[in-house]
Write a protein that binds this ligand. Structure first.
Ligand SMILES: NC(=O)c1ccc[n+]([C@@H]2O[C@H](COP(=O)([O-])OP(=O)(O)OC[C@H]3O[C@@H](n4cnc5c(N)ncnc54)[C@H](OP(=O)(O)O)[C@@H]3O)[C@@H](O)[C@H]2O)c1
Length: 278
């Protein structure tokens, strides 16, 4: 199968390199020329020429607007278009309609990796949209990492991508607050992270599965650590403030936990806080 990669930014270049490494003949196009480095690819002079060159066309551009710019006026008929640009679920639905109306198949994707992980087992790419198109090109997409098809609704990959990033940012926010606390007392952050924080977070990860089960069932009754106990002492807030560490990251979460207790759910587990978000 011949492939085209449109967009040779940091991520697009890594995708093109992964295809070349697997031996797929690859054509590339980038708005600004000269971004392919020493990759063994064919250079298209225009986006239209790049689409015409291959059955499978992969887009990896900055945002939704850059994708619609590039698709404007290009003949898409007969192509399988895989868009790995980060976009919203609603934008994925718009692109699905726009591309399929012009006679091509559409898959929307979300890359769960940084460029250096592309082509390694640590990379996962989420896909949604046309399932038969996915099956046809799945082996090629495997060049990037694990290829996970989530369903026919075009926005599913974007939704899950953003949800996974939300989980990650919660963890990163907890990390910088924890690091600020120990740093305020002169504890080396690397030592704390390696010997205490990472083992602790690893020990806590299985609790996410228990909480997921509680959310799906709606039964939040705490077996071990209820919300009333968790907000009974103001330790994190008070200690942070006394050390001159901002509580901007933890305050919103603890105020939700306290509100849930005030509403009579003190014997629930932490997961019941979701009811204040939905
Ligand atoms: N880098 C990561 O760690 C990472 C991880 C996961 C997902 N992603 C996603 O991958 C996508 C690309 O990221 P990146 O890191 O490769 O970004 P980047 O290095 O900034 O590259 C952006 C690309 O978009 C092109 N572009 C921007 N506006 C355009 C327009 N109006 N018309 C045509 N081309 C346009 C740029 O072309 P020029 O060279 O001409 O400017 C360049 O090829 C983003 O949606 C990002 O969210 C990135």
């Amino acid at each position: 199968m011949t492939t085209t990669v449109i967009g040779l930014g940091k991520m697009g270049r890594a995708l093109a390199a992964a295809l070349v490494a697997r031996g797929y003949p690859t054509t590339v196009w980038n708005r600004t020329p000269g971004r392919a480095g020493d990759l063994a690819v064919t250079h298209a002079a225009t986006a239209a020429e790049a689409f015409a060159a291959s059955d499978l066309v992969i887009l990896c551009l900055l945002d939704f607007a850059s994708v619609t710019d590039v698709l404007d006026g290009v003949d898409l008929a007969g192509r399988t278009v895989v868009n790995l640009t980060t976009n919203t679920p609603a934008e994925a639905v718009k692109l699905f309609a726009l591309v399929t109306e012009r006679g091509a198949d559409y898959l929307d994707g979300g890359i769960m990796a940084i460029p250096s992980l592309i082509g390694t087992p640590a990379a996962t790419v989420l896909y949604s949209g046309d399932e038969s198109a996915f099956q046809r090109v799945e082996e090629v997409l495997g060049a990037f990492g694990a290829a996970r098809f989530l369903g026919a609704a075009p926005g599913l990959a974007a939704l899950n991508d953003l949800a996974m990033l939300t989980g990650m940012y919660g963890m990163l926010g907890g990390f910088v607050h924890a690091a600020a606390l120990v740093r305020a007392e002169g504890v080396p952050v690397v030592e704390f992270t390696e010997s205490l924080l990472v083992p602790w977070l690893n020990a806590m990860f299985p609790a996410l599965m228990d909480m997921a089960g509680q959310i799906d069932s709606g039964d939040y009754m705490a077996k071990e650590s209820d919300l009333a106990m968790q907000v009974a002492n103001a330790g994190i807030g008070e200690v942070s403030r006394s050390l001159g560490v901002s509580t901007e990251l933890s305050d919103p979460l603890f105020s939700l936990m306290r509100r849930r207790v005030e509403q009579g759910h003190g014997s629930d587990d932490f997961a019941s806080v979701i009811e204040l978000l939905s």
